[in-house]
Design a protein around this ligand. Structure first.
Ligand code: COA
Length: 179
């Protein structure tokens, strides 16, 4: 992507038209190297239906990441409820298509998600759990003001053990901690 101007990023609730985008995000070995590997077309269709359902229900929203002025959907991001130790928190996760990576798009989308989750005033903490060796994803957490809490092993998807960093953002703090 050739760009001289700053890239404007906004979020749009996941919609019926986003299935081809999700096929690329979740069906590609490189895109899912830190996510347990590519999903089958059937699993991706199921995931897509779930995302669309969430948009209708206005619960645990998933968004397409849109870049302007082109107005094209280049990735996904969202936040959803998760039981974490003895509390309920928000969890977030992000993906950007390879040809749009390295332009700060995921970092901008993460900032928008922090603001949306903050406005919910529902749970205090927003967590992200990138694989410990996912340099780009860990960089987004660090730059976005998340604090590193520790490292945990997750089985995701079933049968695949992942070693992940636990980052959290305090949504009830007065000031965002952006590095
Ligand atoms: C992680 C991902 C969303 C980053 O998207 P992006 O739009 O390229 O991210 P940004 O441009 O905002 O870059 C974020 C930071 O990561 C760094 N970065 C990007 N790619 C990198 C790489 N391959 N290795 C090391 N750092 C990298 C950038 O330099 C930037 O840090 P900086 O501003 O300090 O230089 C994208 O690589 C992706 O979709 N990966 C596959 C899916 C995935 O692993 N998602 C994470 C699940 S938790």
């Amino acid at each position: 992507m050739a760009h001289n101007k700053p890239i404007d990023v906004h979020l749009r609730l996941w919609s019926d038209d986003d299935l081809p985008l999700l096929m690329r995000l979740m069906g590609d070995p490189a895109m899912t190297a830190y996510l347990g590997g590519p999903e089958s077309a059937e699993k991706i269709r199921e995931r897509h239906q779930g995302y669309c359902h969430n948009s209708v229900e206005e619960k645990d929203p998933i968004f397409a990441i849109i870049v302007e002025p082109e107005g094209i959907a280049v990735g996904s991001i969202g936040y959803w409820e998760k039981a974490w130790f003895d509390e309920t928190v928000w969890e977030t996760g992000w993906s950007v298509l390879p040809e749009f990576q390295g332009y700060g798009i995921a970092t901008k989308a993460a900032a928008l998600i922090v603001e949306r989750a903050r406005l919910e005033k529902k749970f205090r903490f927003l967590h992200a759990f990138p694989s410990f060796d996912n340099a780009a994803s860990n960089a987004i957490c660090r730059k976005s003001g998340f604090l590193l809490r520790g490292m945990f092993n997750f089985e995701y998807p079933p049968g695949n053990l992942m070693c992940c960093n636990d980052w959290s953002f305090d949504l009830f703090a007065d000031e965002p901690r952006i590095a």
